[in-house]
Ligand binder design. Structure first.
Ligand SMILES: [Zn+2]
Ligand SMILES: [Zn+2]
Length: 216
């Protein structure tokens, strides 16, 4: 796929690991003329950079709203994270849906309602709680990660998956793993174990952090 072929960019929230390409002197979206969909909260934060992006590329999307491209539908939903109106997304193409939920401190009823039974689940499995506690990071950072508006632990992700997976689920991808406080093996084995205890056998893979992942 070429950047120019993109119909839209969807931004989950304003933390730097998610928006670097929006803060370049010429943002990626500006260079390739791609509309950007994000919450009002994000655009408020982005006002310091907004002169870098043409007004007609700025698109506001709120939780519960959908955008339709030809054959592709994207729906936004709210998630709990220490950002300004952070969003998760469900992308539907030809009747198959993929749900994206990364950077959330806990799994709310709204998140469950939006993700349950999707064919493809891409969910955060950020840290192993013991590794996080013993990481030697500053206390406020550890408390942030473990808090209700931080990130999902392996245990929280595995528990959530037991409620989200249904007979229609074709695959689970664990994402946004901490490089310091997690390992792909820990995240994956716990999810597989918990799902098996709940009677589900579904392929579980781990998205490599900070690398381009290509899935068939
Ligand atoms: Zn993040
Ligand atoms: Zn974040």
């Amino acid at each position: 796929m070429e950047p120019r072929d993109l119909a839209g960019l969807f931004i989950t929230h304003e933390h730097t690991d998610h928006v670097k390409a929006m803060c370049l002197v010429t943002p990626f979206a500006q260079k390739f003329n791609v509309p950007v969909y994000a919450s009002r909260g994000f655009w408020r934060w982005y006002s310091a950079y907004s002169s870098r992006l043409d007004k007609d590329l700025v698109k506001v999307i709120a939780s519960g709203e959908e955008v339709d491209f030809s054959g592709v539908r994207v729906k936004a939903f709210a998630k709990p994270h220490d950002a300004l109106e952070p969003l998760g997304f469900v992308v539907e193409i030809s009747g198959e849906r993929a749900g994206f939920a990364m950077d959330l401190g806990h799994v709310t009823a709204e998140v469950k309602r939006n993700l349950r039974g999707l064919e493809h689940l891409i969910i955060e499995s950020n840290h192993d709680v013991e590794m996080e506690k013993n990481s030697g990071r500053p206390r406020h950072l550890i408390e942030r990660v473990l808090g209700k508006l931080g990130h999902l632990s392996n245990e929280q992700a595995a528990e959530a998956l037991c409620e989200l997976v249904t007979a229609g689920t074709r695959q689970v991808i664990l994402a946004h793993l901490s490089t310091e406080c997690n390992t792909p093996e820990k995240a994956r084995s716990l999810a597989v174990e918990r799902l098996a205890e709940a009677g589900w056998e579904v392929p579980v893979r781990v998205a490599p952090y900070g690398e381009v992942a290509v899935y068939s």
